[in-house]
Design a protein around this ligand. Structure first.
Ligand SMILES: [Zn+2]
Length: 159
């Protein structure tokens, strides 16, 4: 394992942060190779710092800088908590939410046009379900606006 000194020699101070100046992985996180493996530098430096980390925990930084390795900025959190946090910040952005909704539509059976037809149609849910080859529940959800929310046209409406 590389020594703390060796790791720190590849960083540069930036305010309170300690910025990694060497190799990054494809996600932009500091990495280092030793023992024929690529390691997350946070994990290695976390051991040097003596920060306790339970199995399955990952390190994050309070400054939100991926490159930061400052001892005081690193926090061990469970993957679950981290995923929930990312989910929240992800979905709370209306532009992203609209994009997610759009891409899930593309994967689904229905097109936006069909969903709009279902929403506007005076026909019964049963008739619509048969016509478009979806379940009655899907039709009900479209009519209630649970599914296929029309983000594009209502985008500014709720802001
Ligand atoms: Zn920092």
């Amino acid at each position: 394992m590389p020594s703390l000194q060796r790791l720190l020699s590849r960083t540069e101070e930036d305010g309170d942060c300690l910025i990694w100046k060497a190799t990054l992985n494809h996600n932009g996180y500091p990495t280092i190779r030793f023992s024929q493996k690529t390691w997350n530098v946070r994990t290695v430096i976390g051991i040097h710092y003596g920060k306790s980390k339970r199995k399955g925990d990952v390190y994050t930084t309070i400054c939100k800088n991926k490159l930061c390795l400052a001892e005081g900025h690193m926090r061990a959190v469970s993957r679950k908590v981290l995923a929930e946090k990312m989910d929240k910040s992800y979905a709370s952005n209306p532009v992203r939410a609209a994009k997610i909704s759009e891409s899930s539509r593309k994967r689904g059976k229905l097109s936006v046009e069909k969903a709009n037809l279902i929403r506007l149609s005076p026909d019964t849910q049963k008739a619509l379900a048969e016509r478009y080859g979806v379940s009655k529940r899907v039709v009900w959800e479209i009519k209630r606006g649970i599914r296929w929310k029309d983000y594009k046209s209502n985008f500014w409406g709720g802001l």
